[in-house]
Ligand binder design. Sequence first.
Ligand code: F6P
Length: 348
Amino acid sequence: MKKIGILTGGGDCPGLNAVIRAVVKKSLKYHWEVIGILDGWKGLIEGNILPLTAQHISGILPKGGTILGTSRTNPFKDQKNVDAVLSNMKKFKIDALIVIGGEDTLGVALKLYKLGVPVIGVPKTIDNDISGTDYTFGFDTAVSIVTDAIDRLHTTAESHHRIMVLEVMGRHAGWIATVSGIAGGADEILIPEIPFHIEDVCKNLKARHDSGKRFSIVVASEGAKPSDIDHFETLSEEKDEFGHVRLGGIGQRLAKEIEKRLGVETRFTVLGHVQRGGSPTAYDRVLATRYGVVAVELVKDGHFGKMVALRGYKIVPVDLTESVTKLRTVDMDLYNIATTFFAKPHNE
Ligand code: F6P
């Protein structure tokens, strides 16, 4: 009989509960116990746990968020917190730890693995920016929310003959902007991977309007940055425990500039945390469920220091090192597909 610990860390996303449910269900088949750790690494530092039974997971598959709670706590900010994590692993007799998180949370998991903690990682984030896997769960849901928003902005943009700027999440990688921009038919997509000139964006929009179109949709990742400015637009400079500031404001800045330069009425919308809330799509439920089941299988086989990953249609184990050392940025072939639909001035 084994005791598995499970935690969810970092920003929440739809599908976390589907993983928790799958881990508990699969573990119960082996007659193993599952200990839920509350609020990410904070719970393991403070010894805050919730033993999970079949009752806890009943009905949670379609529920957004995480029944375990989450936090952006980084135990490695203070050695005494690392010691607390190690001692609570012993105190609760946890044989294996399943860690569901993004780059930061999985980075902590890797460091703990190197200290001898048996960990398995599960990649989550709406940003889809974790290396080693084709997709993280949560991304598909975010893309469908953003696509719906673009569709809605289209009708009001058309009626008022306006330019609409939509700011979406994506700190270092523009996956959400690119994929939902393609799905929603955006006329310009700005992503962190490609610094842009506002002048070029305006030229493209002007070309579109000169061709007779009376509205446009611009989708911008929160981390998109004009090349002539050396800082990101932020809502707060205060850093979290992993050193991240709160991004935000590029949509407003762009809208102001576009209106000033083109003389076309322009509005901006910031989707913010709406993108991370609510029920996961069927795709995310299935992906999260597969991740959860395979994570338990890896525990059974003693394959620690791994992350479950989607490669093609298969779920496979990859080294945690591979997943946290490099960020997965937008595939330029995909971005180039999106640019096919941007208007260009005649001479370009
Ligand atoms: O990491 C996922 C993410 O959604 C980023 O895209 C975004 O910058 C950040 O989380 C927002 O975090 P918070 O919920 O702490 O405001």
